[in-house]
Write a new protein. Structure first.
Length: 268
């Protein structure tokens, strides 16, 4: 290992099971010498296996609903107490669409579902940064990263309202990232990851077909959850201190492709 984040302290949102990108990030952060607190919503914790990850990484768990400012304030205060100081890195790996779960088409959603998904997937990122910013909880040159997907820029019909949520998430990263950088020298970025077979990802209709298509389109192939963890660690490290307000594509080159030879052959 490289000790890229040795001595750094953080908060990792969203680990559910070993397929989660957040889970892989926690494992890599531990390997690279960081200490951190794990957090997820109480209902998600009942579905997942977070205790095993906490034991493996010698971490404590603080349940928090990321849509609740009160919960987030408690999370940040307790994290600083546990870790013995301010925070160096935060991973926001949270996304949920009730419309997708309930099979509601994009053209006929239930708007209460839309609002809930928007709050969980995007507004929670603003609330998290709001608490960190106002409590001055981040160390200088700290790093905040959220996970997104290219449906924020291009049409993927079955991604449904999650595409809108991700577009808003990316806008929040830029807008709040300006103030965090100006006032506290903290950087804020999003990683636009390849389609990845996480619990959330596989819930999208047609996921198997699309991940195979993306593999054929990408000159380097799809980036795995473990690959994404490596990239995330680089953004937590001091090697990327001047990278901020960016939406960083981590997708094997998919985002710059028009068509590939492998895809053309399918239609010849």
């Amino acid at each position: 290992m490289y000790n890229l984040v040795k001595g750094k302290k953080g908060i990792i949102f969203g680990a559910l099971n070993e397929h989660s990108i957040a889970w892989k990030v926690a494992e890599r952060a531990h390997e690279e010498g960081a200490e951190f607190v794990l957090t997820n919503a109480p209902i998600a914790m009942r579905m997942g296996e977070l205790n095993a990850l906490a034991e493996k990484t010698n971490s404590q768990i603080i349940p928090a609903d990321a849509t609740s400012v009160e919960d987030l304030e408690n999370l940040v205060e307790k994290s600083m107490n546990i870790l013995g100081g301010k925070i160096d890195f935060v991973l926001h790996s949270i996304g949920m669409s009730v419309n997708v779960r309930k099979g509601k088409h994009y053209t006929d959603p239930k708007y209460d579902f839309t609002t809930k998904g928007w709050d969980v997937s995007a507004v929670s990122f603003h609330k998290t940064m709001n608490v960190l910013y106002n409590k001055k909880a981040m160390n200088k040159w700290g790093s905040i990263v959220a996970l997104t997907y290219m449906a924020a820029q291009r049409v993927f019909p079955d991604y449904n309202d999650m595409a809108d949520n991700k577009a808003y998430l990316e806008s929040i990263a830029r807008s709040f990232g300006y103030f965090f950088g100006r006032d506290h020298k903290v950087r804020v970025n999003t990683i636009s990851q390849s389609p990845t077979p996480t619990t959330a990802g596989t819930g999208v209709k047609g996921f198997d077909g699309f991940i195979a298509y993306a593999e054929k389109m990408s000159p380097l192939g799809n980036a795995t959850a473990a690959d994404c963890a490596d990239y995330t660690i680089s953004l937590f490290s001091d090697l990327t201190k001047k990278v901020t307000l960016q939406n960083l594509f981590h997708d094997g080159g998919f985002s710059n492709m028009g068509v590939s030879d492998a895809v053309i052959k399918k239609f010849e």
